[in-house]
Design a protein around this ligand. Structure first.
Ligand code: PLP
Length: 471
């Protein structure tokens, strides 16, 4: 590994330019961190860049507006800002963080149908005019606080299967849309488009056919009610990581766009991907801080894995007891693994080093005093795995750090940022182009450097330490 050169001012000293594999990078960092027994994230900027490129290649008509709620890490936001994506912000703090990076207000959608009044005022003061709504009360609020805003009506169209359904909270049924469109017209408000979100971690990509068709009907109604809609927002729902279904979803989306919103209509199409952009870019690495070998009732070993159930059956005695190992790590369900509770994620670690020999029925626990703080109820892990060894958790970028807290005083993992040389060169080129196009002179990119903005923006990561290396 070698340290970064000229883009250090953008990403800060936490960036490492490395040509090594993720596993080798992680091994190096874990050696530095082992004295402090601290978990850390490996963030691959290469992966974020790859995903954005793949998006544009797969759905060239759809402009991604990254959902900041999914992971508000500054290095991610800076990368996406540089790559020219837009941003979906749900609150004043999210807008402020994105704006502080020099992103123009026109690249932000305030995509929350139920906004706090002071946040609307803030959006107006900053010129963030694109906003979603789905109720009469929201329209009344907007007519008072932001009458010149550009409003996008969120409709409901749920995937049959999704990791997190959203339709029960937001979005009107298409048959309820007309009354809102009429009310907006009465208030002299401008409805510029239609939005939907099929559900996060959508497992039924065909839903986009239904949703885009429904959006077209609402578009036609909007025109009948005197509006001039020109924006379609197809929301999020795209899988991240191994379950990546972008190509499949894109097939349905491109087909439906061609049928209902052909290029000739001149409609701008945006999306709000969260999970897709970041899930696989983050790998969490946690040290084992304690281990306990214990004999427990079989009924306490909860697993939906048939092979594991059989193993437990084989190992249990006549009294219904079985030998298990408990491993404790320094991050748990109150921290990064809140995703197990809130985002219904199924997590499974590997070990950083390889181990020969037998395996034990193992549970994995977080560091707090709460019995709920169990990350994995049962899995097979090497019997010789011990305190000071490391567990590696892939695809931990979505809805992890963003919702993590410090219950019991446990700090959150720091984020170590990595990129390959070719990515550094690519981003540097973009930075240079942006500087030139924005000012006609070099050195004033729209994207602020670490020194200019990072200190004022909260990243949700723990304070600086020699181990996490944050500046
Ligand atoms: N847009 C809105 C309004 C959302 O509520 C969410 C997630 O909750 C997203 C986008 C991001 O969704 P995903 O991570 O599934 O892409």
């Amino acid at each position: 590994m070698s340290s970064a050169s000229s883009i250090t001012s953008l990403y800060g000293s936490n960036l490492t330019i490395s040509e090594e594999s993720i596993n080798d990078d992680i091994k190096t960092v874990s050696m530095d961190c082992s004295r402090e027994e601290r978990s850390f994230y490996h963030l691959s900027i290469d992966e974020v860049v790859r995903r954005v490129k793949l998006w544009h290649h797969t759905m060239p008509r759809v402009l991604p507006h990254y959902a900041v709620k999914c992971n508000n890490d500054l290095a991610v936001l800076k990368t996406l800002a540089l790559l020219g994506t837009g941003f979906d912000c749900a609150s004043r703090a999210e807008m402020s963080k994105v704006l502080s990076l020099g992103v123009p207000a026109s690249r932000i959608i305030f995509a929350h149908p139920c906004k706090i009044a002071s946040h609307i005022k803030y959006a107006r003061s900053q010129g963030v005019s694109l906003m979603t709504f789905d109720s009469h009360e929201e329209l009344k609020k907007l007519s008072k606080l932001y009458p010149e805003g550009d409003l996008v009506l969120r409709i409901r169209c749920d995937a049959e299967s999704a990791q997190c359904q959203l339709g029960m909270k937001f979005g009107v049924q298409p048959y309820e849309a007309r009354s809102l469109l009429q009310f907006a017209a009465q208030l002299n408000l401008r409805v510029v488009g239609v939005a939907f979100h099929v559900g996060s971690g959508c497992a039924e990509p065909q839903v986009f056919l239904r949703a885009i068709a429904a959006a077209k009907q609402v578009f036609l109604e909007a025109v009948e009610e005197g509006h001039s809609p020109s924006l379609l927002d197809i929301g999020g729902g795209f899988m991240g990581g191994m379950q990546d279904s972008l190509a499949e979803a894109a097939g349905y989306i491109n087909t439906a766009l061609e049928e209902h919103f052909p290029q000739s209509m001149g409609v701008t199409v945006i999306a709000e991907p969260g999970r897709y952009m970041v899930a696989s870019a983050f790998t969490l690495v946690t040290p084992i801080i304690n281990k306990r070998v214990t004999r427990i009732p079989v009924k306490e070993v909860i697993s939906s894995n048939v092979a594991l159930e059989m193993e437990v059956g084989k190992r249990s005695d006549d009294d219904g007891m079985v030998d298990t190992v408990m491993h404790f790590i320094d991050d748990g369900v109150y921290g990064s693994f809140n995703c197990v509770l809130y985002d219904h994620q199924v997590v499974k670690p590997t070990t950083l080093q390889s181990f020969a020999g037998s395996e034990s029925i193992t549970s994995v626990w977080g560091p707090t005093c709460d019995g709920l703080d169990q990350i994995i109820a049962a899995m097979m892990l090497p019997s010789s795995l011990s305190v000071g060894d490391w567990l590696v958790w892939e695809e931990m970028g979505a809805y992890t750090l963003a919702a993590a807290g410090n219950f019991n005083g446990f700090s959150l993992p720091g984020v170590k940022v990595f990129m390959h040389q070719h990515t550094r060169m690519y981003l540097e080129e973009l930075l240079e182009q942006q500087s030139l196009s924005e000012s006609g002179t070099e050195g004033s990119s729209g994207i602020c450097s670490e020194d200019e903005c990072c200190s004022s923006a909260s990243s949700g990561t723990r304070p600086a330490s020699p181990c996490n290396g944050e500046s």
